[in-house]
Design a protein around this ligand. Structure first.
Ligand code: MN
Length: 244
């Protein structure tokens, strides 16, 4: 039974054919709880990486997209914000999965509360190496050059970037990869909100912040492995769902 005022948010599923158990959790989520929500937001890193929309024929990708399209067909509004792993998505992906794309960041009204939605990587301002890469990789030229390469080459390149980022995580230090307190305060200020929901750091938590005397809350979505997690928001507030 669809509840129009119920919103579910997820991020950082990092779906890949190498982890069929995570896909299974996601497919159960899409067949069940997701269909009760008026709106489902996916805040980035749905895929471990996305090599380009010509990879839609891949059976794994096709399974994900058609399961998403079925949720939209059943009446749930489905929205997608790209993360740092899947920012090469394009219009064909949107059409085949029936997802509406959102800019990062976007303010939406969730049960009466203006809420800033972000992937979260732009809050990690202590990670200078990553932000330097992001600045280059989000230019139209980088995208054009990347998508001009053969699919197999893109897959190999993105897989090696993924491996580099995994190994850099081992040496970067815990705090460097977390959201920076000043960047968080600036986001609350700039957008005039008292609630932010984001992912990216994989550190599922609710944080309370005091910004210029205003009580603010920040909900960080967790990543998915053998179980998943979603934030459920309605007029009564926010609560975590564990998905198995
Ligand atoms: Mn991310």
């Amino acid at each position: 039974m669809l509840k129009p005022d119920l919103t579910l948010l997820v991020s950082d599923l990092h779906l890949t054919a190498r982890r069929p158990e995570t896909l299974a959790v996601f497919l159960r989520f899409l067949a069940g709880p997701a269909r009760e929500a008026g709106t489902l937001y996916i805040l980035g890193d749905l895929f471990d990486y996305w090599a380009g929309d010509d990879d839609l024929a891949d059976p794994f990708n096709a399974t994900v997209c058609s399961a998403l399209a079925e949720v939209a067909a059943a009446g749930t509004q489905t929205r997608f914000m790209a993360g740092n792993r899947d920012f090469l998505v394009g219009g064909q992906f949107g059409v085949s999965s029936r997802l509406t794309f959102l800019e990062d960041p976007t303010v939406v009204d969730l049960a009466g509360t203006p809420t800033l939605l972000m992937h979260g990587d732009t809050l990690c301002t202590d990670d200078a190496d990553y932000l330097a890469f992001r600045a280059v990789a989000r230019t139209p030229q980088w995208r054009t050059d990347m998508l001009a390469k053969p699919l197999a080459e893109r897959r190999a390149l993105l897989d090696s970037l993924r491996a580099q980022s995994e190994s850099a995580k081992q040496t970067k230090g815990y705090d460097v990869m977390d959201a920076n307190a000043e960047a968080v305060a600036a986001a609350f200020r700039e957008h005039g909100v008292t609630r932010i929901i984001h992912g990216h750091t994989h550190r599922q938590a609710r944080h309370d912040h005091l910004v210029d005397g205003r009580a603010c809350e920040r909900w960080v979505l967790g990543d998915w492995h053998t179980t998943g997690n979603a934030l459920s928001v309605d007029a009564s507030g926010c609560r975590w769902l564990t998905l198995s």
